[in-house]
Design a binder for this molecule. Structure first.
Ligand SMILES: *Cc1c(COP(=O)(O)O)cnc(C)c1O
Length: 357
């Protein structure tokens, strides 16, 4: 059997969820959209259900998958509905629903919903992606209440730059949000993972941690909460072939790496078809039988090459950690010019094996 696989440590996941709650003292919706950032939404939801205040996903398709797997906890649809004809299902399954645009408000007013909805009214406090304009926010809130189709409204917004700890933008967004919601007495939800970890003074009834649940930091600098996260996913495989090469020999497609001395090169069963980033350059860290080493040359679809020169005991069958508890996914992401979010979401083909249930 091909040795490539992703090990998912569910006890680390629970630790990280608890850390989000303890850090903020708030209720926390575990964000498990995009198949729990590649970790498997159903298994992640099952592992967290006993402790989680609820879950958040991107769309009704993701939410239905969870309900069909027997998850009874609250589930928030982070983009609400895309078409008004989703409303009956939202009611039937008790999904909580973001309203980010006035057309959604119109649709709620015009549709018989049967049972009052739990709405999270999103404000555009400065990210300028989705959200109701601050000037329209109070009237949107009042329209929702007047429609008698809502049981409860939570006031929410989303940060554009909370991962930049030195940026003034997050405080500006909070100020815009607070001024536009003045006088509206409802629960609030502002913080994503970087907000939870790096912005302690933001008001929070509910927080929405995503990436931190999976044990990766959203920051590109050391940070105290980040130090306490436990990586959840370990992507590993094995060395399947060893080459001894003299100096001056090209390795892999394009000859993108050329040996600069006598070298031992290990070929690993892992490639970009598994989600390992093709953009990762020579020098990207890997761990071989517990020794730090590096990627060499271009990543292929099913294989990649690593340096075994200084790991003489390593050979065919040696275990390689591509990311996990030793090689941080955020470090691999930095080398590859991307972010750990995308590293995780790209995972495919490899079987996921769960532990810590
Ligand atoms: C994805 C998402 C989150 C989670 O973001 P992280 O940075 O992964 O914590 C929170 N809120 C909203 C609205 C989102 O879309």
């Amino acid at each position: 059997m091909r040795p490539a696989r992703a090990l998912i440590d569910l006890s680390a996941l629970r630790h990280n969820y608890q850390l989000a709650r303890e850090t903020t003292g708030a209720k926390a919706l575990a964000v498990i959209k995009a198949d729990a950032y590649g970790h498997g939404a159903v298994r992640v939801a099952q592992a967290l259900e006993a402790q989680a205040d609820g879950f958040a996903v991107a769309c009704i398709e993701e939410a239905l998958e969870l309900r069909q797997a027997g998850i009874c906890a609250p589930i928030l649809l982070l983009e609400g509905f895309f078409e008004a004809d989703e409303l009956p299902l939202i009611v039937e399954h008790d999904f909580w629903c973001v309203v980010h645009s006035l057309w959604q408000l119109d649709a709620i007013e015009q549709t018989i919903v049967g049972k009052p909805l739990n709405i999270w009214l999103k404000m555009d406090s400065g990210m300028h992606r989705v959200g109701v304009h601050p000037a329209d926010y109070e009237s949107a809130y009042k329209r929702l209440l007047a429609s008698e189709k809502v049981a409860k409204v939570v006031l929410m917004t989303h940060f554009a730059r909370a991962d930049e700890l030195g940026s003034a933008r997050t405080d500006e967004q909070v100020a815009i949000f607070q001024s536009a919601r003045e006088g509206l007495s409802a629960e609030v939800s502002l913080r994503n993972s970087p907000g939870v970890m790096g912005w302690p003074n933001v008001p929070s009834d509910w927080v929405r941690p995503g990436i931190m649940l999976y044990g990766a930091t959203p920051f590109d600098q050391p940070q105290s909460v980040a130090d306490r996260l436990q990586p959840v996913m370990t992507l590993e495989s094995k060395v399947i072939c060893v080459r001894e090469l003299p100096a001056g020999e090209p390795v892999g497609y394009g000859g993108a790496f050329v040996t600069d001395r006598n070298m031992r090169i290990g070929v690993v069963a892992m490639g970009y078809a598994d989600g390992y980033p093709r953009q990762a350059p020579t020098g990207t860290p890997v761990m071989i039988d517990g020794h730090r080493s590096q990627l060499l040359g271009r990543v292929s679809m099913d294989m990649l090459c690593v340096d075994l020169t200084h790991v003489p005991a390593a050979g065919v069958g040696s275990r390689v950690e591509l990311w996990g508890k030793n090689v941080l996914a955020s470090d691999v992401a930095t080398h590859a010019g991307t972010i750990p979010y995308q590293i995780f979401c790209n995972l495919k083909r490899v079987p996921r094996l769960y532990s810590g249930d």
